[in-house]
Design a binder for this molecule. Structure first.
Ligand code: AMP
Length: 579
C-alpha cells in the first residue's frame, strides 16, 4: 500500500500533507509553496492551469477562470470557462489532480489514496460531490473527514494537553463550522456540530468590494455585467485590503479603471477599520447562531468549554476573534497556523487509517451532522396529509449508529410502499434533502395500519443503509445510500472522467517539467565551467518560463534546454518522445 495523503480542499486554498516520522508534513506544490489557490483557468490554447497561474490569469481574463466553486459542490450549477461548461466537482477534481501531481513529485512515488476534508456542515450531496471529485482525480478516497475534526486532531496530537471540552471555530473562505468535542485520554469524541455552508471570509471580501463601489457611487449589479475586468481587479485589491484592515486603523484602496487597469491616477478610497464591524453586523450575527446551536446540542453552556480553537484563515480577522472572546469570555487559541491546521489533521487521520504506530493511542468518534429520516403521512381529524418528516437518526448522534422507526400502510389492501429517505431538520420534507427511495412490495392484503419497520444504519464513511421489514411476513428490502452524487450513474461518471482526460494541462503542473528542472540542475555539477554557463542560462530561462502563462515562450525555453542538455551529452531521458 502506498502512502495516504491528507488533503484540505478549501474554498480559497487547498493543501496536501503526509504523515511522516510521527508528525504531519505539508507538501510543496510545483512552485514550492504549500498553499495552492483553489482556482482553475483555461489558457488561450485550451490547456488547463491550476493555482497561482490561474489566479493571475483571472485578472486579465476572468471569463477563463473559476474560483470559489466549493460553494456550489453537490448542486447542478455549471460554471463556464472559456466557453466550456464544468461542474463544481469537475473543477475540484482538477485542483485535486494538481495536488496529486505535486505530491507525487515531492514524494517521488505514485500517490493513489487520500483523506479529503469537508466542512462538517456539508450535506450528503456535497460530501458525495467531494468524493466524486477525488475519484475523478484518480484517488481512492479513504475517508471524507470533517474539517473541524481534523483541526482538533492536529491540536490534540501536536499540542497535547489532557482531558477537556473543546470547541473548534472554523471559518474558511466560504464555509463556517462549529464543533464541540470532548478529549479524554486520547479519545476524541465529537459531541455536536453546526454551521453554515455558505458563509466565510469571501463574504467579508465582497463586503469591502461593495463598500468601495458605494463610496465611488457605482452599482455592483451594473459593474458585474458591464465591467467584469474592473470587478476582478477590485476583488483582488479588496482581499488584501480586508487583511490590512485587521491590523491598520485605516487604509487606502484604489479603484481600478473600467478596463481593469490600475495606476497612480486611479481614485483612492479611504476605509476605516472601526467601520467594518458595523458594516459586517449581519455576517457576524450569522456566526453567532451556529455557536448557540452547537452548544445547545452538546448540552453545554459557553462556560463549560475549556478551550476554543480557531481554524480557517478568516479567523485571523480581529472582529471574529472579538466575537469569540465575547461569547466565551476567554481568549481563543490559535497557536497552530489556521491555514494549515486542517491539512495537518487530515494527514493524522491518514495515519490512523494506515495504523501508524505514532497514533495508536488516538481514537476518534464522530457524529452525524444532520437528522436522517423518512416521509410519512399525518392524520388531522379525518384528513390525511402527506409530506411530513419522521426522523430516524437525530442530528449529532454518535456514529456508527443503527436506529429503527415504525411506519404503517394508510389504505386497506395497500400492497406496496415507497420509502422516501431525507436528510434535514425541517418538519416538512419539501424543505429537506431527498437522498433516494426504497420500494417495499408484497405487503399481504389486509386493513390499513400494517406495520413496516424502517431501520437506518449510518457509518463513519457516510454510508447509509436503509432496511424496511414487513412485520407480518418478515420480508426485508434494503438500499444503500452511498456518497454518490445525485442522479449520476456509473456511465455518467465514466463520461465525466473521459471528459477530464481529454483536457490538456499546462506543463507547469506536469511533474515531468519539475523532473526536467531537477535533472538539468543535477547535470550542472557534472559539466565543465565553460559549458556550465550555457546550461545555467538555459535553466534560468526554463524556470522563468515555468511561471509564465505564455505557452509559446515555455515551449521555446523547454526545447532550448533539451537541446543544450543533449549537446552536453546528458540527454534528458525520454526527451525525443516527450518534446
Ligand atoms: P481557508 O479556506 O481556511 O484557506 O480561508 C481562507 C479565507 O481566509 C479567505 O477568505 C481569506 O481571505 C481569509 N484570510 C486569510 N488570512 C486572512 C487575514 N490575515 N485577514 C483576514 N482574512 C484572512
Amino acid at each position: 500500500m502506498g502512502r495516504i495523503v491528507g488533503i484540505d480542499l478549501g474554498t480559497t486554498n487547498s493543501l496536501c500533507a503526509v504523515f511522516e516520522d510521527g508528525s504531519p508534513r505539508l507538501l510543496p506544490n510545483a512552485l514550492g509553496e504549500v498553499l495552492t489557490p483553489s482556482v482553475v483557468g483555461v489558457l488561450e490554447d485550451g490547456s488547463v492551469v491550476v493555482g497561482k497561474v490561474a489566479q493571475e490569469l483571472g485578472v486579465r481574463a476572468p471569463e477563463r477562470v473559476a474560483a470559489s466553486f466549493k460553494r456550489w459542490m453537490g448542486t447542478d450549477r455549471e460554471l463556464v470557462l472559456a466557453g466550456r461548461g464544468f461542474s463544481p466537482q469537475e473543477l475540484s477534481s482538477l485542483v485535486l489532480r494538481a495536488l496529486k501531481r505535486d505530491a507525487e513529485t515531492a514524494l517521488g512515488e505514485e500517490v493513489t489514496e487520500a483523506v479529503i476534508t469537508v466542512p462538517a456542515y456539508f450535506n450528503e450531496h456535497q460530501r458525495a460531490a467531494t468524493r466524486m471529485a477525488g475519484e475523478l482525480a484518480g484517488f481512492r478516497v479513504r475517508r471524507i473527514l470533517n474539517e473541524p475534526t481534523a483541526a482538533a486532531l492536529a491540536y490534540g496530537l501536536l499540542e497535547g494537553g489532557g482531558n477537556r471540552s473543546l470547541l473548534v471555530f472554523d471559518l474558511g473562505g466560504g464555509t463556517f463550522d462549529v464543533t464541540v468535542m470532548e478529549v479524554f485520554e486520547g479519545t476524541f469524541e465529537i459531541r455536536a456540530t453546526a454551521g453554515e455552508s455558505q458563509l466565510g471570509g469571501e463574504d467579508f471580501t465582497a463586503l469591502v468590494v461593495a463598500w468601495v463601489l458605494e463610496q465611488a457611487g457605482l452599482h455592483y449589479e451594473r459593474i458585474e455585467v458591464a465591467e467584469p475586468l474592473r470587478l476582478a481587479r477590485l476583488r483582488l485589491l479588496a482581499e488584501s485590503a480586508k487583511r490590512r484592515l485587521g491590523v491598520e486603523p485605516e487604509i487606502e484602496i484604489a479603484l481600478p479603471r473600467a478596463d481593469g487597469t490600475l495606476d497612480e491616477s486611479c481614485p483612492r478610497h479611504r476605509l476605516l477599520a472601526s467601520e467594518l464591524p458595523r458594516r459586517a453586523e449581519r455576517l457576524l450575527e450569522r456566526l453567532r447562531l451556529p455557536l448557540a446551536r452547537a452548544l445547545r446540542d452538546a448540552r453545554l453552556a459557553a462556560s463549560g468549554i475549556d478551550e476554543v480553537l480557531l481554524a480557517g484563515g478568516a479567523t485571523r480577522m480581529p472582529w471574529v476573534q472579538e466575537l469569540v472572546r465575547e461569547h466565551f469570555g476567554r481568549e481563543p487559541r490559535c497557536t497552530l497556523d489556521p491555514d494549515l491546521v486542517v491539512a495537518r489533521g487530515a494527514a493524522i487521520q491518514a495515519a490512523l487509517i494506515a495504523s501508524d504506530a505514532a497514533v495508536e493511542d488516538l481514537v476518534l468518534t464522530d457524529v452525524c451532522p444532520f437528522t436522517l429520516g423518512v416521509e410519512v403521512m399525518k392524520q388531522f381529524g379525518s384528513v390525511q396529509r402527506a409530506g411530513y418528516y419522521l426522523p430516524v437518526i437525530h442530528r449529532n448522534t454518535t456514529i456508527p449508529v443503527a436506529k429503527e422507526q415504525f411506519v404503517a400502510t394508510v389504505e386497506p389492501n395497500q400492497r406496496q410502499v415507497t420509502v422516501h429517505v431525507y436528510q434535514g431538520e425541517s418538519r416538512r420534507v419539501e424543505e429537506n434533502l431527498l437522498l433516494g427511495t426504497l420500494e417495499v412490495r408484497g405487503i399481504p392484503p389486509g386493513p390499513s395500519g400494517q406495520s413496516i419497520a424502517i431501520r437506518f444504519s449510518y457509518d463513519i464513511n457516510g454510508l447509509l443503509e436503509v432496511e424496511a421489514r414487513i412485520e407480518r411476513t418478515g420480508q426485508k428490502f434494503s438500499a444503500l445510500f452511498t456518497q454518490n452524487v445525485k442522479n449520476l450513474s456509473k456511465d455518467e461518471l465514466a463520461r465525466a472522467a473521459a471528459k477530464l482526460q481529454r483536457l490538456k494541462f499546462f506543463p507547469r503542473e506536469d511533474e515531468r517539467n519539475q523532473h526536467l528542472l531537477r535533472f538539468a540542475e543535477r547535470v550542472v555539477g557534472q559539466v565543465g565551467t565553460f559549458q556550465r554557463t550555457a546550461l545555467d542560462e538555459a535553466i534560468d530561462a526554463y524556470e522563468t518560463a515555468l511561471h509564465d502563462t505564455d505557452r509559446a515562450h515555455f515551449e521555446a525555453a523547454r526545447s532550448h534546454l533539451l537541446q543544450v542538455l543533449s549537446h552536453l551529452d546528458h540527454p534528458f531521458p525520454g526527451a525525443t518522445r516527450d518534446s
